[in-house]
Design a protein around this ligand. Structure first.
Ligand code: PMP
Length: 366
């Protein structure tokens, strides 16, 4: 008897998945480390969210509200939505997986883009379906390339808007053109994890598109501007029929009680959020300008991170810069797995880290 017959074997495709590798956290031997590798906010969460989190600690013996009503209502009130069309998840990561496991199966295809967020591919494969990757144009999602890849097997299209690690965005006119051309049974997933940071008149996170169609969903997160990555809170805004299907598949208590309480308090604190957005806008501009001044190419970003491209010169490549910066306590993200062989992604950090990276790169390139 072969060994396979004697041991559990995962479904076909599972062992082809390359597990997600989170951003580095450590710089061995360096006293002060700045983690700029996971697009976390340098400002932390709202003090009101922290207070709500602490208060929730008094009732840890109780199950959370399985409907996460307080949080869904706070989100709905903030954006003028119907809470019935909102479903919360353990980070938007969970919701991306839930969408795949609910709508994809063997023989189905889902379209992702060249530099798309890696979780899409992982979850598509985990659901037994096939990811179909299309080219981007200069680190921008190409709607025509997506449409050209649609086949009778296509069930889902994933777009991070804005993109990670590119930091670029797709204008709303392009998203509408895509939606209009997709067959009605194909779900268009608009992953708007960085939406709060975008200050462009021709950008829309997806609220109107979801409201006006039956096959568009928008995912959002509390991990970025709200500073609650540790609590794992995401939400999806979707047509009623899709919410209904996801509700049948999700874990009954997929959000924990401290997360529900802290998330609701965070989103109600719009003044805190506005301050975080303003801090970020200032630094995105300063960092982009400074790196370009050093002769580096930077992809224009509407998010809280920048994608920096390095020269193809011995000793000056991204891997060399990564080592140089890590030795000085600045941890950026290598993005080879995202299709950028000679680039690093840097999250906006606290002021001293931002200026520190600029100075370190000046020294590195000298
Ligand atoms: N989508 C994108 C584009 C992201 O960059 C991230 C965070 N790395 C996520 C989704 C997942 O966010 P979370 O699970 O923390 O909500």
């Amino acid at each position: 008897m072969s060994t396979e017959m004697n041991e559990p074997v995962p479904r076909p495709g599972i062992l082809d998945i390359a597990a997600y590798v989170p951003g580095k956290e450590h710089a061995p031997g360096v006293a002060r480390v700045y983690k700029l590798s996971s697009n976390e906010t340098p400002l932390g969460p709202s003090p009101k969210a922290l207070e709500a989190f602490r208060n929730a600690a008094s009732q840890l013996e109780r199950y959370p509200d399985g409907q996460a009503m307080e949080l869904r209502e706070a989100i709905a009130a903030t954006y003028g939505l119907n809470a019935a069309n909102i479903l919360c998840g353990n980070g938007s990561d969970e919701l991306l997986g839930l969408l795949c496991h609910t709508y994809l199966g063997a023989g189905d295809e889902a379209i992702i883009t060249e530099h798309g967020f890696l979780v899409y591919k992982i979850q598509i494969k985990a659901a037994g379906a096939t990811p179909v990757t299309v080219k981007e144009q200069d680190a921008r999602v190409d709607v025509d390339a997506i449409l050209a890849a649609v086949t009778p097997k296509t069930k889902m299209v994933f777009i991070a808007n804005p993109g990670n690690p590119t930091g670029t965005y797709v204008p709303v006119t392009e998203i509408r053109r895509l939606q209009a051309a997709l067959p009605g049974h194909v779900i268009l997933v608009l992953d708007a994890a960085y939406a709060e940071y975008v200050k462009r008149n021709d950008y829309e996170a997806g609220v109107e598109l979801v409201s006006g169609s039956r096959n568009v969903v928008m995912t959002r997160t509390f991990s970025k501007v709200h500073g609650l990555a540790a609590l794992r809170i995401g939400w999806v805004y979707a047509p009623a029929a899709i919410i209904d299907a996801l509700n049948r598949v999700r874990g009954p208590f997929n959000l924990n009680a401290p997360a529900i309480a802290a998330g609701a308090a965070a989103i109600r604190d719009q003044a805190f959020m506005a301050n975080a957005v303003a801090f970020n806008a200032e630094w995105i501009e300063k960092l982009t300008h400074a790196f370009e001044g050093l002769g580096l190419k930077v992809t224009p970003s509407v998010t809280n991170f920048v994608l920096i491209h390095f020269p193809d010169v011995d000793g000056k490549r991204a891997a060399d810069a990564d080592e140089f910066l890590t030795q000085r306590g600045y941890i950026l993200r290598a993005v080879r797995a995202y299709g950028f062989q000679n680039s690093l992604r840097m999250s906006v950090g606290p002021e001293e880290a931002n200026t520190g990276v600029i100075e370190a790169l000046r020294e590195f390139l000298a």
